[in-house]
Write a protein that binds this ligand. Structure first.
Ligand code: GUN
Length: 292
């Protein structure tokens, strides 16, 4: 193997330790960071993500509220629940696990969460703030990728970054975060002609396609940084990424594994965003003299 491994697991551990210390300090000052996670229905993958979020919250000393709602809930009932949490002082972050069932409008749900509690960074206010370089909640997976690169000491300014995938959750914001760091960004997607000819120009290649082993070594420039955001099951049911790791690792300069790569960073950044939200609340309470 020639590529250096970027261990998201290790970086996440370091970040979580830092967050836990800050959580403790905040608690001492009178505010316990609280995250509410809403799960609608019984999708096994969603359930597993939600369970990990709850577990990590507890590990870091945060208040965690898991709300499980039946598949049959109406959109209005879900909106009412969100409104209740918007006004709950113990809750600093609200996350509705996506996807929601087809009879519920995802956009209405995302827009119902107060931007100041939108720790997913999906509300248009946060998306707009991110685009214009203002302070915002940044979406956890793309944000986690940026932190991994920073912690590894990989320079971004002036680099050609190619993002494969254009979802609202990962691809689109990922490109924007790189642009904010002065990279030159190209997006590839399902309608791109000759993807390979473009990805081969990448100094940093981010795969967020959702297709097992989509990125093979012939997509990669020698020495490139390859970040694998994919979480898929291969034909044998084994967890795998969008990158053909075994072959690409011989050509890349740096590579992230699956599992143990971007995945652990996503949850960590969710905790970071919840902490950030709680810190803002404490500052407000202090500045208005409600807490000393
Ligand atoms: N479903 C898949 N990824 C995510 C995420 O980051 N946040 C939410 N709310 N749902 C998701």
């Amino acid at each position: 193997m020639s590529a250096k491994l970027i261990s998201g697991k290790e970086i996440a551990l370091k970040k979580k330790n830092e967050i836990a210390k800050e959580v403790e300090a905040l608690k001492q000052a009178g505010v316990t960071p609280g995250l509410a996670v809403i799960l609608v229905g019984n999708n096994p993958a969603s359930r597993s993500y939600v369970t990990s979020k709850e577990k990590t919250c507890k590990e870091l000393g945060m208040h965690s509220l898991l709300i499980e709602l039946p598949e049959t809930i109406t959109e209005q009932e879900l909106l009412n629940k969100i409104d209740e949490l918007n006004h709950d002082d113990k809750i600093h972050g609200i996350l509705v696990q996506l996807p929601v069932p087809d009879h519920i409008n995802e956009t209405s749900i995302i827009e119902a969460i107060y931007p100041d509690k939108d720790v997913d960074g999906f509300h248009p206010i946060n998306v707009g703030r991110m685009m214009t370089g203002q302070d915002a909640f940044l979406p956890c997976t793309p944000y986690g990728v940026m932190i991994m690169l920073k912690e590894t000491g990989i320079e971004i300014e002036g680099k050609h970054v190619v993002v494969v995938g254009r979802s609202n959750i990962v691809g689109k914001p990922q490109g924007q975060l790189f642009l904010n760091e002065n990279a030159t960004v190209t997006y590839c997607h399902s309608r791109t002609v000759d993807i390979k000819s473009i990805t081969k120009q990448a100094d940093i290649l981010v795969a967020a396609v959702g297709k097992p082993y989509f990125i093979t070594e012939d997509f990669v420039k020698p020495g490139a940084v390859v970040i694998d955001v994919g979480i898929n099951r291969n034909s044998e049911g084994k967890l795998c990424g969008d990158v053909d790791f075994e072959n690409v690792k011989e050509k890349a300069g740096y590579i992230t594994p699956v599992p143990g790569g971007v995945g652990p960073m996503t949850i960590t950044m969710l905790m970071f965003n919840t902490l950030k939200s709680a810190k803002k609340v404490l500052q407000k309470l202090q500045s208005t003299g409600q807490i000393r």
